[in-house]
Ligand binder design. Structure first.
Ligand SMILES: CC(C)(COP(=O)(O)OP(=O)(O)OC[C@H]1O[C@@H](n2cnc3c(N)ncnc32)[C@H](O)[C@@H]1OP(=O)(O)O)[C@@H](O)C(=O)NCCC(=O)NCCS
Length: 173
């Protein structure tokens, strides 16, 4: 199937919101309460993504096939003042049926190029501790465990862990 990874445009907000909500529902089933996942609203996230896409300090990319947008990733300046990191992979989500086809790797490459455009030379990413497949994905890309911290999502108290690349040259695809 033909697929491209390209910078997202404001017109992609609805498609990204759809992937966002549906990927959360499959990824976090069993980790977050069913009612919380069911309550996620595509309209709410469409509005939020529209604002994000209008902010030039973010880099957002979509993976698109003949079926439409099947995944997205975003990155930019590190947000929390983590020592030694200036760049961050904020989010990367694929529809369940589009996972394992190489889109994730291509999206990470795109974010890395976007960070370089912003003059950022390293990258950190946060992932739920219990999200084993995503942790393996980052580990295989050469991410080195940094630390863990608590995170509240909805009314659930969970733990997130971070992986870092002290240099973007350390990513191996
Ligand atoms: C984690 C995630 C972003 C990875 O993206 P992905 O598109 O599934 O990942 P890729 O297909 O690029 O890579 C996964 C594997 O498929 C392999 N692959 C690459 N190209 C491929 C292709 N054309 N066909 C089949 N497999 C391929 C990769 O080599 C990799 O194998 P490896 O694990 O042995 O290294 C994605 O699975 C996802 O959205 N998961 C749910 C949401 C999530 O957890 N997001 C992270 C939150 S922090």
């Amino acid at each position: 199937m033909v697929s491209v990874v390209r910078p997202a445009e404001p017109a992609d907000a609805a498609a990204i919101a759809r992937v966002h909500v549906w990927s959360w529902r499959t990824t976090y089933r069993g980790l977050l309460p069913d009612e919380f996942l069911a309550s996620l609203s595509e309209d709410f996230y469409e509005e939020r993504w529209r604002r994000t896409l209008g902010d030039a300090s973010n880099r957002v990319y979509v993976a698109e096939t003949s079926l439409g947008v099947v995944g997205y990733a975003s990155g930019g300046r590190e947000r929390a003042g983590e020592d030694g990191f200036s760049g961050e992979l904020y989010a990367i989500y694929m529809l369940e049926e589009a996972q394992g086809h190489g889109h994730g790797h291509r999206l990470v490459r795109a974010v890395v190029d976007g960070l370089l455009e912003l003059g950022l030379l390293d990258m950190i990413v946060w992932v739920l501790r219990e999200n084993a497949p995503a942790r393996r994905f980052y580990e295989k890309l050469g991410g080195v465990y940094v630390r863990e911290q608590p995170i509240t999502i909805g009314s659930s108290l969970l733990t997130e862990v971070s992986y870092g690349w002290r240099s973007l040259d350390d990513l191996h695809f």
